[in-house]
Design a protein around this ligand. Structure first.
Ligand SMILES: [Zn+2]
Length: 278
């Protein structure tokens, strides 16, 4: 699952190449790409994990990468690394071909139409944005999910706030010493706010090009505290980092049993030997 900063970085990379240009070819899996062909691109922007490409005639292309989506860029005569049948969108712009493979969502919507307004209302709390008020987050969390939902699911729920994916989920829980299976009801509003504040800070610190970093220590030991470190020792307490798939979608989760003790009534599960891809 791309983190929120991935899509913001993507928008920042595409905007200078696309804005002011008009694609000479637009093919969408939905079959309606011709509507965008030859129209000038006004803006390229990320909102949460959605990428919005706005055209000059009141329409925009919205894509969401979901768990498996990605954008590729090729020269006109270059062979694609994925099969054409997986292409959700193909745009030829400025002598290059841009392909969105395996999108979870790819559609044309009207700028400021009902659909866009509904999406933007739902995604109003983008943790990467600078001007958001995080104070509403605890209320939103308790409104949107059940009290016994595990915190590792709560953080991934993009209705509450968007931007947190699997990496930041594990890292933020470690930094605040919260076990991934702690139920929402066990956390105070102040604790929830801390988790989201830290996620927002980390997401924004990672908008620049380069690898994702949550551990800013001045050594070469590692960029991340727990993510993809199962079987290795915790940088803080020396315990062995654990891994399991958990939550309602069995998402990859990493934690330190020393720094993040299991809440009462929950046995800390044993790690599994192999880490599958997230
Ligand atoms: Zn530890």
């Amino acid at each position: 699952m791309p983190e929120g900063d991935t899509v913001h970085k993507l928008a920042a990379a595409l905007a200078p190449l696309w804005v002011g240009q008009a694609p000479v070819r637009v093919e969408l899996k939905t079959g309606d790409g011709a509507q965008l062909c030859g129209r000038r691109i006004r803006s390229v922007a990320a909102l949460g994990k959605h990428l919005f490409v706005e055209f000059d005639h009141g329409l925009q292309l919205r894509t969401h990468l979901g768990l498996y989506g990605s954008w590729h860029r090729y020269a006109l005569d270059e062979v694609w690394r994925k099969p054409k049948r997986l292409a959700s969108a193909v745009l030829e712009i400025g002598g290059a071909v841009y392909i969105c493979f395996n999108a979870k969502a790819c559609e044309i919507i009207r700028t400021d139409g009902v659909r866009e307004r509904a999406l933007r209302t739902r995604l109003s709390l983008d943790l990467v944005a600078l001007d958001i008020d995080l104070s509403a987050i605890p209320r939103r969390a308790r409104d949107f999910v059940e009290a016994d939902a595990v915190i590792s699911d709560v953080l991934l729920d993009q209705r509450i706030a968007c931007g947190i994916g699997n990496v930041y989920k594990s890292e933020v829980l470690f930094l605040h010493q919260v076990h991934p299976l702690a139920p929402l009801e066990a956390l105070s509003d102040a604790q929830l706010l801390q988790l989201y504040r830290t996620a927002a800070v980390l997401l924004r610190r990672n908008l620049a090009p380069g690898p994702r970093v949550t551990r800013f220590e001045n050594d070469a030991a590692g960029r991340l505290w727990v993510y993809r470190r199962s079987g290795l020792h915790c940088f803080r307490c020396g315990a062995v980092i654990q891994y399991r798939r958990c939550g309602k979608d069995w998402r990859s989760t990493y934690w330190c049993p020393g720094c993040q003790p299991a809440p009462p009534g929950i046995d800390s599960p044993q790690p599994v030997a192999a880490e599958p891809t997230p």
